[in-house]
Design a protein around this ligand. Structure first.
Ligand SMILES: *[C@@H]1O[C@H](CO)[C@@H](O)[C@H](O)[C@H]1NC(C)=O
Ligand SMILES: *[C@@H]1O[C@H](CO)[C@@H](O)[C@H](O)[C@H]1NC(C)=O
Ligand SMILES: *[C@@H]1O[C@H](CO)[C@@H](O)[C@H](O)[C@H]1NC(C)=O
Ligand SMILES: *[C@@H]1O[C@H](CO)[C@@H](O)[C@H](O)[C@H]1NC(C)=O
Ligand SMILES: *[C@@H]1O[C@H](CO)[C@@H](O)[C@H](O)[C@H]1NC(C)=O
Ligand SMILES: *[C@@H]1O[C@H](CO)[C@@H](O)[C@H](O)[C@H]1NC(C)=O
Ligand SMILES: *[C@@H]1O[C@H](CO)[C@@H](O)[C@H](O)[C@H]1NC(C)=O
Ligand SMILES: *[C@@H]1O[C@H](CO)[C@@H](O)[C@H](O)[C@H]1NC(C)=O
Length: 278
């Protein structure tokens, strides 16, 4: 006998109504939007010079500084450790819709990935943020090829391909003129639904380099992503996203609130659930 059978009938009805209600709430929850994950990395081959406790201490100092400072600097920070010829330069940026809390957690997690820790030149991408470090001064430089993520059997509706690409190109030309060089836009494609675009440059770029960076990344990966329905492209100075659902958090100003709102929502839901259980 299940415990539900012990409830009087009205309570079973209440339970049923409440479950339906909370399922609807959960399905429409802002929290389904996105979760973080490791996308991959690019690094030059292991370097013997990185194999000393002193180098590790310097790298770790650099990483700690990125974790501590980027979230309070609106999601972007550059720093350096070591001196003279042994200098290492680091740069990090969080996606512009993240809360400071999510931004800090993302960078922290990136610094815990070990794959590139013997390299003096590395970029590590997570969905929510990326970290780049090098023994060369990398600030403000134009971009190198990075990576693209997509599902190679999930094709864009043929009717939407050209409109989608125009939308993405417009995104690339609009983003450099936005505050923090971060921008989201929605394209209504009628019966095929909506498309959500986002683009972002690192804030050490000039507006004109931001535009060049986005155009370059788009041109580099156009053959691969041009007919795909959901994709993102990541360089080490700019990134672009195109999805058929809203994958980013609702945000008010760049690098504000999104994730915190989501946390609040989860809290309210769990409070109301536990009230019901009483
Ligand atoms: C963002 O806000 C809009 C309008 O209030 C809502 O329809 C949408 O579900 C929200 N999306 C997310 C991911 O929070
Ligand atoms: C790294 O160290 C190993 C062992 O000491 C040595 O054989 C190798 O040549 C070194 N590599 C470089 C690039 O210096
Ligand atoms: C670093 O040192 C360890 C142990 O001394 C060795 O196994 C490893 O191959 C070295 N790595 C590099 C990149 O030199
Ligand atoms: C680590 O940093 C110190 C000073 O900040 C510097 O003197 C030293 O050369 C660096 N060591 C390595 C191995 O990069
Ligand atoms: C960071 O990693 C921890 C442990 O794997 C995980 O629970 C957490 O969700 C991650 N957070 C982010 C923002 O990546
Ligand atoms: C650093 O790595 C990137 C990507 O792998 C590469 O394009 C660049 O030339 C490298 N830079 C140096 C100084 O090795
Ligand atoms: C890729 O897209 C296809 C077609 O839409 C879908 O069936 C498949 O589950 C997707 N694969 C992944 C890993 O999401
Ligand atoms: C895309 O842009 C090109 C050039 O501006 C224009 O000729 C074409 O009609 C546009 N296509 C769509 C579907 O908007």
């Amino acid at each position: 006998m299940t415990s539900a059978l012990c409830f009087p009938w009205t309570q079973i009805m209440e339970l049923l109504i409440f479950s339906i209600f909370s399922t609807i709430l959960l399905l429409s929850s802002p929290c389904h939007a996105d979760s973080n994950s490791n996308l991959g990395s690019l690094c030059t081959e292991a370097d013997n010079a990185t194999n000393s406790s002193e180098y590790r201490a310097n790298l770790s100092e650099l990483q700690n500084s990125l974790v501590a400072n980027a979230p309070i600097q609106n999601g972007f920070y550059t720093t350096a450790a070591g001196k003279g010829a042994t200098m290492i330069y680091g740069r990090t940026q969080c996606r512009g819709d993240l809360s400071a809390t999510d931004c800090a957690a993302c960078i922290k997690n990136v610094t815990m990935v070990h794959g590139c820790s013997n390299s003096k030149n590395a970029t590590l991408w997570f969905k929510w943020c990326f970290v780049r470090y090098s023994d060369r001064r990398i600030f403000g430089e134009s971009d190198e090829p990075g990576m693209a993520t997509y599902n190679d059997t999930n094709f864009e509706d043929a009717k939407v391909v050209s409109e989608g690409l125009n939308f993405t190109k417009a995104l690339a030309s609009t983003t450099p003129n936005q505050p923090s060089m971060f921008y989201t836009a929605v394209l209504d494609v009628g019966q095929s639904g909506k498309r959500y675009g986002m683009a972002q440059c690192t804030r050490d770029l000039s507006k004109s380099d931001c535009g060049k960076c986005l155009d370059f990344q788009l041109a580099t990966y156009l053959n691969i992503i041009g007919n795909k329905r959901n994709w993102d492209i990541h360089g080490s100075s700019c990134s672009m996203w195109y999805y058929d659902y809203q994958f980013y958090f609702n945000y008010s100003t760049p690098a504000a609130k999104g994730g915190e709102f989501c946390e609040l929502f989860k809290l309210l839901l769990s409070v109301s659930l536990s009230l019901f259980e009483i």
